[in-house]
Design a protein around this ligand. Structure first.
Ligand code: ADP
Ligand code: MG
Length: 258
């Protein structure tokens, strides 16, 4: 489990993240949502150990993240950054291999890479140069790298942190990515995904955390959090929210009375 306690970040006098608490629960997909600049990526980077908070601490399975060696941390949690362009002429296969834990046998490594590429629907692209992939395909190649990291980590229940993993994907591949996130949670991992599509978040996440202006302003089930009031207060939009049982979805503008 990854837990941030009272983490904050101020850069050149500007509070990017006010003191915030967030514990990612094993077996749970948490969607982190909020407007551009709300501090989502900053909080995710603090949780992953990529950046140090100005105050507060992050613990992984109860151990301060600063005390965990990089190789050990790589087995505890995998991270898909918001933009993962590879400028170098790596093949897709080489990009995925970057994720592999060191020292695993060649046959096992090959099998994990094959499975990871198949999981993101790029089984036939292993030899293609990464820069020649479409934007969405590149994103999936990076996700395959993250899966290779998870699947070679030696533990099935590693944490998974995804920053806008569906941003440039078509509808079918958005659903595929969220299924992979759910699979990691079903295996016991704590999963955090920054998402903009609230309907996708409501569909795929057990828990939705909303950030606005550097603060966590709501935290609960999709039905608790995704409300007309929240959409107005956080996004400044006037949109309807429909409920069907315990499911919730945001309606397109003008559809409120439908
Ligand atoms: P988002 O919710 O869109 O992911 P970010 O966490 O990336 O937002 O950024 C939150 C705010 O902090 C933004 O306004 C961004 O410009 C600012 N910010 C983030 N990192 C830095 C930095 N290193 N220096 C200055 N401003 C930063
Ligand atoms: Mg971001």
């Amino acid at each position: 489990m990854i837990a941030a306690r009272s983490v904050s970040l101020t850069i050149r006098g500007r509070t990017i993240l006010a003191p915030s608490d967030l514990a990612l629960r094993p077996g749970t997909v948490t969607a982190l949502v909020g407007p551009n600049g709300a501090g989502k990526s900053t909080l995710l980077k603090i949780l992953s150990g990529e950046i140090r908070p100005g105050s507060g601490e992050v613990a992984v399975d109860g151990t301060d993240i600063r005390a965990i060696a990089p190789a050990a941390l790589a087995r505890l949690r995998a991270v898909l950054p918001q933009s993962g362009d590879v400028a170098f002429a790596f093949t897709v296969d080489e990009v995925v291999r970057i994720g592999l834990a060191p020292g695993i046998p060649r046959a096992t490594a090959n099998e994990i890479v094959r499975r990871a590429l198949a999981a993101v629907d790029l089984a036939d692209r292993a030899a293609q140069l990464s820069p020649t992939l479409s934007g969405g395909e590149q994103q999936r190649a990076h996700l395959a790298r993250v899966l290779a990291q998870l699947w070679s980590s030696g533990r099935g229940d590693a944490c998974l942190l995804l920053d806008e993993p569906t941003a440039s994907l078509d509808l079918a591949h958005q659903l595929l990515v969220l299924k992979l996130a759910q699979a990691q949670a079903a295996a016991g991992g704590a999963v955090l995904a920054v998402l903009h599509d609230l309907n996708l978040a409501a569909m795929a996440a057990d828990r939705v955390v909303v950030m606005s202006r550097g603060r966590i302003v709501a935290d609960g089930t999709p039905a608790q959090v995704i409300t007309r009031e929240m959409l107005g207060a956080v996004y400044g939009v006037s949109l309807g929210v429909e409920r069907r049982g315990n499911r919730v979805f945001v309606l397109p503008a003008g559809m409120e009375a439908a």
